[in-house]
Design a protein around this ligand. Structure first.
Ligand SMILES: [Zn+2]
Length: 270
């Protein structure tokens, strides 16, 4: 049986245009510029402990404990302004893993969907995992002067790049089988960021989608609502449609997005 433990590392205050860009006219509304901060909404920041084929993999790392104690210093003003963390120290992923009885050494890998601050800043608590996977495409983009990325989070950390292979069944003809047995496969979905991936975890003939920020809630996939932060709009539309179609497959156990308020923290078996 496959198992997904949903871990919530606090939440973030963002513009209402983050989960659904149709709430605001400006395409930059999701940054919160020129908006009253009192209008912000709180969305959860989640990561996922995936157990399939006898391996434990953490998908994303959420906020760091430092985002509870000194958020402005840890994140820098720009990132802090766009997505302010709301959390307690004990909500950091390493603390929650310890509470679940999972040592970082027990993790086969931490696999990131992308390198935005709310997914990677918690890396400081799990950097000792055997491997830290990120797509090569995302690493290359993060290496440019793009202000979206804060390299300080992963200073001294060595990532293992996910090397995409041609895959005609993948939405962008690119996938990477992490363990070579099909139990966890990364699919390139360059909509939210240049190198975003979604993971599919498989156990027997059942599978679950770890979507990252390819969709913020049910409406992203059911109604194909476009989220605010989009690197490539057409790619995002194509990626949302891909998740939408997968959800119609009766073998699909569901889609798990990092900021979906509808999926409560806890254990989901499939
Ligand atoms: Zn995010």
């Amino acid at each position: 049986m496959g198992k997904i433990t949903v871990i919530q590392t606090g939440s973030t205050l963002v513009s209402p245009a983050v989960p659904n860009r149709n709430t605001r006219k400006s395409p930059l509304a999701y940054t919160g510029l020129f908006q009253r901060r009192s209008n912000r909404i709180e969305v959860p920041v989640k990561c996922f402990l995936v157990e399939v084929a006898g391996r434990k993999t953490l998908i994303d790392a959420g906020w760091s404990a430092q985002d509870a104690t000194r958020p402005l210093r840890h994140m820098g003003f720009g990132l802090w302004f766009a997505s302010q963390p709301v959390m307690e120290v004990d909500e950091a992923v390493d603390r929650q893993l310890a509470h679940l009885g999972v040592a970082v050494d027990d993790l086969e890998a931490v696999a990131f969907t992308h390198l935005d601050c709310d997914h990677v800043s918690g890396i400081d608590g799990v950097a000792k995992a055997r491997r830290l996977y990120v797509s090569r495409e995302e690493l290359e983009q993060a290496d440019t002067p793009d202000p979206r990325y804060r390299k300080k989070f992963w200073e001294g950390v060595s990532f293992t790049p996910l090397e995409m292979q041609a895959d005609p069944k993948a939405p962008f003809n690119a996938s990477c089988d992490l363990y070579g047995d099909g139990s966890l496969v990364a699919y390139l979905v360059p909509g939210h960021s240049a190198g975003s991936v979604a993971y599919i975890a498989r156990e027997g003939d059942r599978f679950a989608i770890l979507a990252g920020d390819t969709g913020y809630n049910r409406a992203s996939w059911e109604k194909l609502y476009l989220p605010g932060p989009v690197y490539n709009k057409e790619n995002m539309e194509q990626a949302l449609l891909w998740v939408h179609d997968l959800l119609e497959d009766e073998r699909c156990a569901g889609a798990y997005a990092a900021h979906d308020p509808a999926v409560a923290p806890g254990i989901y078996e499939f």
